[in-house]
Design a protein. Structure first.
Length: 145
């Protein structure tokens, strides 16, 4: 099982100049929790829903809602993203990608091929692969007495 067989190919990306509200809208509309950040065709970072939440002010702030909205609208993805994220090659075994996610406590990794972003692999993809493998083994057991 290779990463390329279970990754999401051609993921939605965002530029470092995009604003936090723009990124949040893209993530909400697409139903995903992370966005690779690409500049001039090169992966430069990753932004997650957690990064976006941490960029928001505390409920205990003394700022008015208008001040908060103004400040957030000017905050760029490049200011809050994780720079130079851990990546995996599309030809890497999926188990190795899962081990990296576990070791680094991340839920997903950008997938690159010859330096170009080609996909993203997540914990959900690893679970899907596991369940597919289990189903294949069960079918094999049932058909081979």
């Amino acid at each position: 099982m290779l990463v390329k067989d279970f990754m999401t190919p051609n993921p939605t990306v965002v530029s470092p100049e995009a604003t936090v509200p723009e990124a949040a809208q893209i993530m909400k509309k697409g139903g995903f929790r992370r966005l690779p950040v690409v500049e001039e065709g090169r992966l430069v970072g990753i932004v997650t829903d957690r990064d976006l939440k941490e960029a928001m002010p505390s409920d205990a702030t003394s700022l008015s809602i208008w001040e908060i909205n103004y400040l957030i609208s000017r905050l760029s993805v490049g200011e809050i993203m994780t720079r130079d994220p851990i990546t995996v090659a599309d030809t890497l075994p999926l188990q190795a990608a899962a081990k990296l996610m576990l070791e680094h406590k991340v839920g997903g990794l950008p997938v690159v091929h010859e330096g170009k972003l080609v996909g993203i692999v997540t914990v959900t993809d690893v679970l899907r692969a596991f369940l597919q493998r289990e189903a294949e083994l069960l079918v094999g057991v049932e058909t081979n007495p």
